[in-house]
Design a binder for this molecule. Structure first.
Ligand code: GDD
Length: 431
């Protein structure tokens, strides 16, 4: 029996917290550890035996060239069928799955995975499938309708930012599910990764009917949009909890949401760490005529890095980027064709496409890592400004096509694309 996967890629109206980076590239294609965010998810799916097709569902225009090019490349590289299906309007986290049900059901797959596109991690999909199948067989109903979701542990304080899952300890059966509860429900949270048997379409059909007949829901949307929107979390998971059909598979492997630019630095570090064990050939090595490499560093084959530069740990340098003599880079992502001039220093920052950082300039941000003293802590999704209207310290992001002059300091600052900078800046958004 075959399997499929659906990745919910959202659309241009989503990802606003990811600005300014999402102004230049659809958020799911933002490169982390040298590959677009969703490449890591698709690659993860490609490792599951029998999984031969990935459907991307979202509301980006199909003419979005970056998306088309990406799909063509991934198909070849991973020998996988990858297709994009565009929703006529954002249909919610389950509306697109229902709308494209024929495409998902064609070929009669046994089950299909669903993954949110804005999560990163080392997802144990094969183990999850094994668990899913063992539940089915354990019950002697080979065609039993079963749904498995991936769960992980969060701190009590942070759990309310996620879907919260209460399950039976012995079986993993989900007895209660609340999406982003106001009061404490559980420290087991929804990772945004699911495995659904094909019976899910019966529940989706019921949810669809219910929404069509509802008058109170999302009144401010035009009727056509309102009628077809379905929430996977509210309309399905909440209802399936307690029905003995929904199970949670726990993981303690790396998992994080990628909502903000700061989260990409954390994701970059963790994906590079995975390369260290699984794809060490992707990591830069110290060699006689090369730059000094500390820890995990990715350098695209076309990037030019001076042999006196020092990179790492946790740096990714994209296609066509140039790093000059004596430059120092740490915990940063350098995007395509960016130029880091001699002796510049880049720490906890993202340098945008076609931007340049002048000689002896220091670009530095504040790390937004999960609290290392609290087990299971996740990255905080902070508001841009604090109560006094001041920018919360975060990584520094230099948007695309920005020229940062020589011998200045840019600290905790976000610079929008095409802006001019003439002097040092601290804690500012340059609009
Ligand atoms: N195709 C499509 N259409 N995708 C969508 C739409 C839509 O209308 N709306 C959201 N998505 C995609 C987003 O791009 C994202 O990848 C995913 O669905 C979930 O997005 P959100 O609706 O922003 O939910 P969330 O991220 O705040 O919370 C969800 O994910 C958490 C884990 O990261 C929930 O599932 C939580 O329960 C969960 O803990």
């Amino acid at each position: 029996m075959t399997l499929k996967a659906v990745i919910l890629i959202g659309g241009p109206l989503k990802g606003t917290r990811f600005r300014p980076l999402s102004l230049d590239v659809p958020k799911p294609l933002f490169p982390i550890a040298g590959q677009p965010m969703i490449y890591h998810l698709i690659e993860n799916c490609s490792k599951v035996e029998g999984l031969n097709e990935v459907l991307l569902i979202g509301s980006y225009q199909p003419s979005e060239q970056l998306l088309t090019d990406f799909i063509a490349r991934v198909r070849k590289q991973l020998s996988l069928q990858v297709r994009y299906y565009q929703e006529f309007a954002p249909l919610g986290t389950a509306g697109g799955i229902y709308h494209f049900r024929d495409q998902i059901q064609s070929g009669n797959p046994e089950a299909f995975f669903v993954l949110n596109s804005d999560v990163c991690g080392d997802f144990p999909l094969t183990e999850m499938l094994r668990y899913h199948r063992s539940n089915r067989h354990g019950d002697h109903h080979s065609h039993r309708e079963l749904y498995t979701m991936l769960g992980t542990e969060a701190t009590r304080q942070q759990s309310h930012n996620y879907g919260c899952v209460v399950s039976k300890k012995e079986t993993g059966e989900v007895v209660h599910y609340v999406e982003k509860p106001e009061t404490f429900v559980s420290t087991t949270i929804n990772c945004g990764v699911y495995l659904f048997s094909m019976h899910i379409f019966q529940h989706l059909s019921q949810a669809f009917e219910k929404r069509q007949n509802s008058t109170s829901y999302e009144q401010n949307l035009p009727p056509t949009y309102r009628d077809e929107s379905i929430s996977l979390e509210h309309d399905l998971l909440t209802k399936l909890a307690g029905s003995d059909k929904l199970f949670v598979y726990h993981t303690n492997q790396f998992w994080s949401q990628v909502k903000s630019a700061a989260a990409t630095i954390y994701a970059n570090r963790n994906y590079l760490k995975i390369y260290r064990t699984r794809n060490p050939e992707l990591l830069a090595q110290n060699c006689d005529n090369g730059p000094r490499i500390i820890g995990d560093v990715y350098i695209h084959a076309t990037a030019q890095v001076d042999s006196t530069a020092v990179l790492g740990p946790n740096v990714s340098v994209s296609k066509g980027a140039i790093v000059g003599a004596g430059a120092r880079l740490r915990e940063s992502i350098i995007l395509e064709r960016a130029q880091i001039h001699d002796h510049a220093c880049i720490l906890h920052s993202i340098i945008g496409w076609d931007s340049s950082v002048g000689a002896y300039t220091r670009v530095e941000g504040t790390p937004n890592d999960p609290n290392a003293d609290k087990p299971f802590s996740k990255i905080e999704i902070k508001d841009l400004f604090n109560n006094e209207g001041k920018l919360n310290p975060s990584i520094t992001v230099i948007g695309s096509r920005v020229q940062v002059p020589s011998e200045i300091v840019i600290l905790n600052t976000i610079v929008l694309p095409n802006k001019d900078i003439s002097h040092s800046e601290t804690n500012r958004i340059i609009l």
